[in-house]
Design a protein around this ligand. Structure first.
Ligand code: GLP
Length: 241
């Protein structure tokens, strides 16, 4: 793992965007694995700025997102499809047909997860996977558990995750309790992974992910087995490193 502790959120976002931009320049049809949450928003803003300056062309880029809440439609402002459109896709020249987010409205979990795994296989490899991290060490919505799950699957969100994500909803009752998430195989198959974290509340999860034992109780710890991970954290999230 290559670990960069940078001064603040802006520096973290700049470094991440520069890596993603370099990938698109050398491979215009790059496949990006994208994440939601507040952490990557700054990275997406920097990518939009590069596009607006004429430095980046997304016309041949494809994307595969990590996860989606079960029960939310793409039009729901809290859905991850809406988030991606709003924070990135609506502002760049990516072909929306080439952007993929799990369907939260598909009631047949097995069908939805299988077709997402087929899609990931179809792309062969994600070139760069962007990851945030939950306070409990989750990546995507792979929550702490007794075993790592390989394929895309439906997950019951933990109370901690529901509580953390309540800030995006009007009340805790509105937060979905289930999500579809890419599993560890999809994530670990990416050629390169960028793990981002900012803020003191992520410091413990980052320390355990990088230096702790590889255990499904800290899902992000599996990244220690990948041979090309760049961890970019601000000074607060990196305070134990
Ligand atoms: C959600 C997402 C994760 C994300 C995490 C952290 O649970 N499924 O992909 O990494 O939140 O969110 P934030 O970046 O807002 O702290």
């Amino acid at each position: 793992m290559k670990v960069s502790v940078v001064k603040n959120y802006d520096e973290m976002s700049k470094l991440a965007a520069d890596i993603i931009a370099s990938q698109i320049v050398i491979k215009p049809n790059a496949v990006l694995g994208l994440a939601t949450g507040s952490t990557p928003v700054g990275t997406y803003q920097k990518l939009i700025e590069k596009y607006e300056k004429g430095e980046l062309d997304f016309s041949k880029v494809s994307s595969v997102n990590l996860d989606e809440y079960v029960g939310l439609s793409p039009e729901n402002e809290q859905s991850y499809r809406y988030f991606m459109n709003d924070n990135l896709f609506n502002h760049i020249n990516i072909d929306k047909d080439n952007t993929h987010v799990l369907s939260g409205l598909e009631p047949d979990a097995e069908k939805e997860c299988k077709s997402y795994d087929d899609l990931i296989d179809c792309y062969e490899n994600i070139d760069i996977q962007v990851l945030g991290i939950g306070r409990n060490g989750h990546i995507g919505f792979n929550e702490p558990s007794t075993a790592f799950k390989a394929g895309t699957h439906c997950v019951e969100l933990t109370e901690e995750t529901i509580a953390d994500n309540t800030r995006f909803f009007d009340s805790v009752e509105e937060v979905p309790t289930k999500a579809y998430t890419m599993g560890m195989k999809g994530i670990m198959k990416a050629k390169k992974i960028i793990l981002l974290a900012n803020g003191e509340n992520k410091a413990d999860a980052i320390k355990k992910a990088i230096y702790g034992p590889i255990t499904p109780e800290v899902p992000a710890s599996i990244l220690q087995l990948h041979n090309d991970v760049v961890v970019i954290v601000d000074e607060d999230a990196g305070k134990y490193l």
